[in-house]
Design a protein. Sequence first.
Length: 562
Amino acid sequence: MQKIYGNVQGIKASQIKRLQQLYEQNQPADRFITPEFAQALATISQQIHHPICCYLNRRGQVIRIAVGTPIQTQIPPEELPRRSAERLSGIRCIATQVKSEPPDEAALIAMMRQRLDALVMLTAIDGKVKEAFLSYLFPDSESPWVISPPLSLDDLTEQEFDELVHEWEREIVDAGDGIFLSQEIVSDQDRVLLVGVQTEDISVQRFEDGLAELVRLVESAGGIVLDTMRQKRDRPHPQTVVGKGKIEEITLLAQKQRANLIVFDRDISASQARNLEQEIGIRVVDRTEVILDIFAQRARTQEGKLQVELAQLEYMLPRLRGRGQEMSRLGAGIGTRGPGETKLETERRTIQRRINQLQQEVNDLQAHRARIRQQRQQQEIPVLALVGYTNAGKSTLLNVLTNAEVFTADQLFATLDPTTRKVVITEPETQERRSILLTDTVGFIHELPPPLMDAFRATLEEVVEADAMIHVVDLSHPAWESHITSVLEILEEMPEIPEKSLIAFNKVDKVDSETLDRVQQDYPEAVFISATQRLGLETLKMRSLQLIDEPVKAIAVPQNSY
């Protein structure tokens, strides 16, 4: 039997059978619909208490019956006929509704997204068709569509559909406006709609800073941020994160903006993502997935790729979704014939084996790094680790101090792989030349995903094993204070960190004098520099030597300043 799409939960088997029988009722190619077929739709719609959408091709064949509104029952892009942008899809939708009103904007956007030949809304009251509204795409109008006044069923069924649709297509070609009908905008970049959920435990400032950071993350991953939606809730909805009304708003805006990806500003579960995708109709990811994608793009060395793959698999494992009851045998022959296991279980075992293998390789990497550090210690060259929020300027600082050639860019997580370079500093009083090793580490971020913390433990040990830290802060960033807090929170989660630290406020050339004066008063022990303009670097070198020579006391900012 033919499949009934949409939300069929709670519909009786006998009603499903009646819906399936609609597939057998071909319609005339030169008419929108026959009165008998329209009446059948209205009757069933009243019985099941749900709207129905019937999709027909130009030969009058019913190709899809779905329970729900036009925006809920859209045909997936891959199932639509491949036609040029100047032509309509060759499919029309006949839908039922219980209110006597023209189609809403959501239904019209669904029509435009699918390039439907037409959208016919039948007002079904007491099981009978009271009136109909005919909508079609027309580029010469103020809006991209035209909606007819209410039509009687007789008026609708007497319309010559085949002539009308050819006329509409000619208008589209003449207007040269076919591009607005394209199902998807041709682009290598994801078109992203951001969704932020502010709960009681998040301040307004932190919430807005988080959304601004998410914009940077999406852009760093190569996406285009189209718009941002916000909702304030006591706590996230357990099934869909946001409420039902907000889901409808998101769906409508995503359709209008032609977004192909929804990104939430918080971690969401696999079931929440699945529920949202079913409701909205496009892919949904969370903040962690965006960060993992950036890491996958940025990893250059074999070491970096190894750690990124481990992080991705550890994130993916608890989020695997079942794919039905197809079985794969455990083996062949006596003693191995059994019920088998689902594909989901097979995938879990495969991924778990790969995770175990990668974890062993990371352990080997840790051992290799430990041997390198031991050689450094034998040479008695002190090591300073550059730590800080992502895009604070650590790699740029390493480059200007050591003439290294580490990749830098105004992007989040531009560099992942740790780099160690030697810098020689001449003491002004004794003229003694002293060597220090500077290690650039992966940038931190607010709520660094746990899979990344675990996967990059070999890299983060460069911080643990250093003699001291230089905490680089982008003073030009409006959220620099919360960046300091986030870095300190991540450092506190590490098993052991150097007692000595020095804070270096970077990009002071981009800060007004009033802000600079205030921060200098609040952080008297800090160093103020501009790596790109080479300002304050000599002071930083001298303070680095003092930091290394300091026996116990750390050169740091007051605790209450954090």
